[in-house]
Structures are given as C-alpha cells and as structure tokens.
Ligand binder design. Structure first.
Ligand code: 26Q
Length: 839
C-alpha cells in the first residue's frame, strides 16, 4: 500500500504553526512571481496566458488552502451534524474570479498582476469552465454549495469527476455539432487528489447467505468486479468568512488485481486493456437534461457515486465514533439531487446490514431518518426507471434489498387501504410488465423523511399529480423549497457596474443579505439614479454585443431592446414560440407595418441533447431565420436575430447583465422552477413569461404591473387535453396564419426542402403537448406591450430597478436557510480566522 501511515510518532508540522499568508497586493505580487518562475518554471519568454493564469490560481489556492484546513478542523473539533449533497452534476463554471471575490482580494489581485504588465481579465480567460452538469439542476448544486459556505453550514458536496464535461457546441451550417470537452487537459489547480481516502466499489457477481460465529444469518456479495474510487477535493470558499467547504469528486480507477486474476493470466495486453472498462465509469457526463433511460453506464455512475460517498462517510464515522451507530442519524443527513443518486438508499442499507451486520429495523431506522429527496421535474417521461434485469446483473445485492424495502412498504399500504390492489400496483417500487422496472422516484419517496419540489407551483402539482398516492400516505414528508441563485456569482461577480451603482446608494450588505436590495425602491423616483442605471445597462449591453459579434458575427445595436432566451433546448421551454414571434415581426416589417416600431435584438442560446432530433431541428430553424432576417435590407436595424453557440456558465455571466427582456415562456406546469429567470431579474431584465415554475413567485415579488404575463395557466393546460384544435386557431388568427404560411412555403429553407416539416407538423398536431399555437396570440400581445413599454426608456428603467429591488427572495442564501431550518437542522460552525490564532 502506498498510503501506509508514517511509522514515526512525530506528526508532520501542521499549518497552524506557520504564520498565515499575506493578503496585500504586494504579498500577492511576490507570490505570483514565485509561482510563475519557480513552481511553474516559466520565464519572460513564456507567451501563453495559461501560465500567468496558473500562477495566480496557485497564489489564491494557497490562501484558500489554509482556510480550508481550519474549516475542516473546526468541523472535526465540534463533532457537528453534517449534510451531504449528493449529485451527479455540479456545474461550477470558473473558480478564479469566485476565489478572488470570496477572499476579498479582487482589487489586490488585479494590482498584483498589473505590476508585471498583465491584465487580469485576459488571463482569467485561460480558465476552462468546470462544466460537470447539464443545466439548471447542476448549476443549482453549485449555487447551493456557495451559499452553504457563506452561511458556514457544514455541507459536503459529493459528485463525479468526469474527465469530459458537458460537450462543446459548435454551429455548422446552422446545425449543432458536438465536440468533447476535455477540460482537465491543462491540469486543474483547484483540485486536490486524496488517494489516501480511496474506496472500492463492487459490480456484478452474486449474493450468498451465510451464518456468522453466533449463528446469525447474513448476506454477502461475492465474485464481484471491483472499481476503485479516488477522491479529488475542490475547495468551496464562503464569502469573506474564513469558511472553505469541500466538494468531493470521485474518479474511477482500475484495481491492480483486475488485470491478471479476472482475465486470462496469459493475455497480458487484454487484461491491461480491460482496466479501461473500470476507468470509463467517470469518463463522461451524460448530456441529457431529461432522463436517457436504460443506459448501463449511467447506472454504474450512479452506484459508483452513491457507494463511494457512503463508504467515505462511514469510514469517517467509524474513525471518530467506532462502530456505535446510535447517534449516526443525529449527526448525518443526505440530500439526493433528483433520483440520480437514489440508489444510495439501498446502498446505505447494504453497508449497514452486510458490512456492519446491523439488523433490518435498525438499519432502516437510520436510512429513513437520514435521506431527503428533491424532485426537479413534472414530466412523467423524465422519471427514472431501470430494468430489473439490468439491476440483477450489475447490482444483485442492491436488487434484493430493493425487493425487501418494497415488500415491507407494500404491506404498510395494504394495512392502510385493505383490498385496494390497484393502489398496490400503482405504488409499487417495481413496475410489473414485459420488462419489469425499478421506479427510482418511488424508492426515493419510500426511503426519505423529506420530499421537496423546487417552486410553489411545482410542489403543489407533485402532491396533486405525480406523487398523489404517496402524499395521501405521508403528507408530512412533502414540502417546498423554492430555488434561488447565488448573488455572489450572479450579481457581485458578473455585474461589477451594477454592483457598484447599488453600493453607492445602499452599501454592500446585499452581498450576504439580498433582501437589502429592497432599499433600492426609493431610488426608482430619483431621475439622476435612473440615468446612471441606464448607463450601466448600456455598458453591459455593449459587452454582450461584443460577444455576439465575435461568436455569431451579428451586429446588435445598443438602442434596440435586447430580448434573450438562453437555456437548454427543449420543446416544453418553447424556443419555437419565441422564433414564431420573430417570424411575425419579420412579416410585419415586410408588410410595412412598422409605425412606432421598437428595434429588437433577439438572442437565443442553448444546447440540445445529442439524441433529441426535434430540439436540434429547432436550433437549425433559429439559425435559418436569423440568416434570412439579418441579411434582409428591408429589415435593417429594426430586427436582429442571433443564435449564440456553446451557451455555458461563463457566457451567462456576460449575457444576463446585458439583457433587457428575459424570456421564460414554458408551457404552464412543465418547468419545475427555472433559475435563469432569477439571474436575469437580479441583473435588471424584465420578464415576459407564463405562470410556470418560479415565474409565479417572481411576478408576485415584483408586482403584476412589472411583469409581462401571457399564456394559459397550468389548470387550463390540463383542461385543454383532448379538445385542442391548433388548426382552427391558426385559421382564425391572421398573424399566426401568415407565420405558418412563411414556414410552410419554405421561405426559411429554400435549398433544404422539407427540413422543417416535423416542426410544422408538431405545431399543427392536436396532440402537441406544448400548446404552441394556443399561446401564440397572448404571447404576441404581451410582446407588443413590452415593446411599447420599452419605447418609454425612463419607464423601462423603473421596471428594471424594480425587478432588482424585488429579487431578494431569489438568493440561494434564503433557499439554504430554508433547507437547513426545515430539513437538515445543522448548526453553523465558525472556524478560527487564520490570523485569530496568532493573537
Ligand atoms: C437522467 C438519466 C440519464 C441521463 C440523464 C439524466 C438527467 C440529467 C439531468 C435528467 C435530468 C437532468 C437535469 C434536470 C434539470 O436540470 N432540471 C431543472 O432543474 C432546475 C433546478 O431545480 C429547475 O429550475 C428546472 O426547472 C428543471 O428543469
């Protein structure tokens, strides 16, 4: 073993014996030079921006590292209760700016590198986004970690260190092309490998029953093929508070015995090649933001994360408390980010039963008091199911445990509703049929003490629809936790201009208490303030226009309204409705209907799952319409359209500050929450949206006069089922008829016949679940109201300020405080500041 403990009894000198590192610009400059020339070994001939970036990252990392150790020590000393946030995705984005902001050394770092003639913004561009997530759910996990560190809550993130993150999106001839994202190629200064905490995860094999020395029966899982899980820790700094929490990401590695024992002893090359199989587990993030069912590798990833993380938690428990598990549930809880890590429920049972030899009732007592589940979708087709046969082959012992959980659960249901066999079949964790399936959401509900949705409407609909039977059984388990975003990244960091303007009138307390933004309200009436606000927005629009010019080749004029929809491409999110509006505006211009026109620049961005043909076709339509509109001399500056390739965290940091209008136009009842809506609001964009997800709460907060509402309600959407007639709607609405005529005439695909037939058919189908035609009229009218409002620039500025002032509720600081007071019940732990101990 490489990581044997030292034989000497003398511990390695600890950090606490060193003086803490200086934080002045001079201190940073000296360290920057040292890291650049000694740690990295570069000299003045080094032209790449990568090395100055790395040197600065190391300067900051050193400072983060000492606070990190202090935080760990404080948690250890206080033996505090901890929460473990388990997620297949953490969409962290860049770390350098975040570290500077949270250490409070933005100005000092800028000055330090300037001493060497280096522009900090330029070298910051060398950092690759940590794109270990698809979209909302993954970014939410990242915002949660930021807020927990700022609130000084002992919360650990557990995830997978994918070698390849979310694919890079290129646009070729209007089509999406995916490229692998090898984000670790140049190394990653923000991770710390911890091979000493390696774990072993089993797959395959079979189960055996045996009796121990006392004649007690147990199960064991044998003949397995094992994979090693190596943790890499990523620091999560809190805002200027000395706390640095941990995100622990597991990387898969082959075991040594794997080579020659399991495979033909003679065939050396093949057995070495077989190592690959094991290492593939953490190779790539699945790029679907709704479930891609039945992929074996995905199930392996889920179990790999759950098993390694739980072993890690139990290892620490046994180290600190021995094998006494009586207070385990008082000291630990686990938050499951959707069903993706839900196998943890069965895995914790397995470890307690088989490894710790606990009896079923005690083990279940621990599991069902420590697991909590967050649901992120209302779409029934997105609920995860795994074929029982696959489970049996890959995780035979886990399947046995799931069967036992199900049997005990169903007998509880049968006691409550005697003779109701239909209900038993409906609620069973195992869905019977030709190919029986494990329903992961049901396993999550049965095993958890808390089940939450992510916005008020979403949580209500879960109780009434998808999980109705379970709500009847256990109403007390269900609750709502409306999402948020961290204002550190999504305002303080990404919008320096607006932040400074806010600071100049209400100070900077909002960075840790977003409700403070309400104090902006009186300034709505201050004309000089409004003028400054408008200048800030214009400068941010200029920065966005530069991005659009360089990445799309389209000229966005700063006087136009910047109308933006960025998010994953999905039919329910209705990018199609947006582009129908664009076609309608184009049609109006071509017909000369341009009196009192409001010039518009429409920006659409987002990735389509590689296998989602309709989503990809919508991207192509946006690009074709953009091409046609932008090159038409009749249109000129009245309308511009661009599709921004490779939408990601770092792009959003430029997009939301530069937006006027935020498009949140999903079919009501389909978007669980949305979080982009909150980022736009915080950055002074006004929302046009449906009564869906958190839009409802955004509208309540800002006031109905300050939100452009349109569309059917969730109730009206469900009532329409069965008698929706889009063709009649198209017939009766002249504007929609002309839009369809343009589409159907092939105006946007003159050399690509038939290309948009599927899209046309979808709009005209009475079975269109997304009701694009149904909401067209009210959408167009709301857009017209927005356009008129924008013509009054001063009035629009009021709307913009009002939105920011009302955004306090949408901080993840509030969200985390609610998770904590109602689910986790953690005490905050304050580490000693590195300087404190010197006094
Ligand atoms: C599942 C199985 C196999 C492969 C992939 C997946 C998978 C991966 C990611 C399924 C779903 C996701 C992501 C879902 C997601 O991002 N949901 C969004 O979560 C946000 C945070 O709560 C909400 O604001 C959004 O409304 C919701 O769509």
């Amino acid at each position: 073993m490489i990581f044997e403990p030292l034989a000497t009894s003398q511990p390695v000198p600890e950090l606490t014996e060193f003086p803490s590192l200086g934080m002045t610009s001079h201190d940073l400059a000296v360290d920057f030079r040292r890291h650049f020339s000694i740690t990295l070994g570069r000299d003045r001939f080094c032209m790449s921006r990568h090395y100055p970036y790395s040197a600065l990252a190391l300067v900051l990392r050193d400072r983060v590292m000492e606070r990190w150790k202090h935080t760990r020590e404080a948690y250890q000393q206080s033996d505090c209760r901890r929460a473990h946030y388990m997620s297949l995705e953490f969409l962290m984005g860049r770390a350098l700016g975040n570290a500077m902001l949270n250490l409070g050394v933005e100005d000092e770092a800028t000055a330090a590198v300037a001493e060497y003639g280096i522009d900090l913004e330029e070298i910051a561009e060398a950092e690759h986004d940590a794109g270990l997530g698809n979209g909302g759910l993954g970014r939410l996990a990242a915002c949660f970690l930021d807020s927990c560190a700022t609130l000084q809550l002992p919360v650990i993130g557990y995830g997978i260190r994918y070698e390849y993150g979310m694919f890079r999106q290129k646009i070729e001839n209007g089509h999406q092309v995916e490229e692998p994202d090898h984000w670790l190629r140049n190394g990653n200064p923000w991770e710390l490998e911890r091979p000493e905490f390696m774990q072993r995860v089993k797959f395959g094999g079979r189960t055996e029953y045996y009796q121990d020395d006392h004649g007690v029966g147990h199960h064991r899982w044998v003949g397995t093929q094992d994979v090693l899980a190596v943790p890499y820790d990523v620091p999560v700094p809190g805002y200027k508070n000395g706390t640095v929490n941990t995100l622990r990401l597991w990387s898969a590695a082959a075991t040594d015995e794997f080579d020659l024992d399991e495979f033909n002893a003679g065939d050396y090359s093949e057995s070495v090649a077989a190592k690959n199989d094991a290492e593939h587990i953490s190779m790539v993030l699945y790029p679907n933001d709704s479930s891609e069912n039945g992929k074996e590798l995905r199930l392996k990833q889920q179990y790999f994360l759950a098993s390694a993380s739980l072993q890690d938690v139990l290892r620490r428990w046994i180290r600190d408390h021995g094998k006494d598990f009586r207070t385990f549930a008082d000291k630990n809880c686990f938050q499951l980010n959707d069903t993706h890590p839900t196998i943890a429920i069965a895995e914790l049972m397995r470890q307690l039963l088989d490894e710790q030899r606990m009896d079923w009732d005690r083990a279940w007592g621990i599991v069902s008091r420590t697991m909590a589940y967050t649901n992120h979708t209302l779409l029934p087709e997105a609920l995860e199911r795994w074929p029982v046969r696959m489970f049996a082959r890959l995780l035979p012992r886990l399947l046995e445990i799931i069967y036992e959980i199900n049997a005990r659960f169903l007998s509880e249901v049968a006691r409550r509703w005697p003779g109701d066999t239909e209900r038993l079949a409906r609620m069973s964790i195992i869905e019977e049929g030709d190919e029986p399936q494990v329903r992961m959401a049901y396993l999550a509900i049965v095993g958890s003490y808390s089940i939450n949705g992510v916005a008020e409407l979403h949580s209500t609909l879960l109780k009434q629809g998808l999980f109705r039977d379970f709500y009847e059984l256990w109403p007390q388990k269900f609750n709502n936790k409306t999402n948020g975003v961290t204002q550190r990244r999504w305002l303080a960091w990404c919008n320096g201009r607006q932040s400074e303007l806010i600071n100049s009138v209400i100070g900077d307390e909002w960075v840790v208490d977003l409700d403070q933004l309400a104090r902006l309200l009186p300034f709505v009436e201050d004309a000089a303030f409004r003028a400054r606000w408008r200048e800030v927005k214009r400068a941010n629009k200029a920065r966005l226009a530069t991005l659009v010019k360089s990445d799309c080749g389209v000229d966005f004029g700063l006087d136009a309204m910047f109308d933006v929809q960025v998010k994953r491409i999905h039919e329910y999110k209705r990018q199609l409705l947006n582009i129908l509006h664009v076609i309608h505006l184009y049609d109006r211009i071509k017909r000369g209907d341009t009196d009192n026109w409001t010039p518009r620049c429409v920006l659409i961005g987002g990735k389509a799952a590689p296998g989602y043909a309709m989503a990809k076709r919508i991207i192509k339509l946006v690009n074709n319409v953009a091409q046609m509109v932008n090159s038409d001399d009749d249109v000129g500056h009245l309308l511009k359209v661009a599709f921004l390739p490779n939408y990601r965290v770092t792009a959003m940091e430029i997009i939301c500050p530069g937006s006027d209008l935020s498009e949140q136009i999903s079919t009501a009842g389909k978007e669980a929450s949305g979080t982009g809506n909150m980022k736009f609001m915080m950055n002074g964009a006004v929302t046009i949206g449906t009564l869906d997800g958190a839009n409802i709460e955004i509208r309540e907060a800002v006031g109905e006069d300050n939100f452009f509402l349109f569309g059917l309600t969730a109730d009206q959407v469900s009532e329409l089922r069965g008698h929706y007639d889009p063709n009649a709607i198209i017939e009766q609405d002249g504007d929609l008829r002309r839009v369809m005529q343009l589409l159907e005439s092939g105006h946007f695909n003159q050399f690509e016949p038939g290309l948009f037939d599927d899209i046309i058919q979808a709009i005209r189908s009475p079975h269109d679940p997304w009701l694009v035609a149904a909401d067209f009229r009210s959408y167009i009218d709301a857009q017209q109201r927005a356009a008129e409002a924008y013509r009054d620039q001063d009035g629009w500025t009021r709307l913009s300020i009002l939105n920011v002032a009302a955004s306090g509720r949408f901080s993840t600081d509030r969200t985390m405080a609610e998770y904590n007071s109602e689910i986790w019940r953690l005490a905050s732990v304050i580490p000693l500041e590195p300087s404190d101990e010197l006094v």
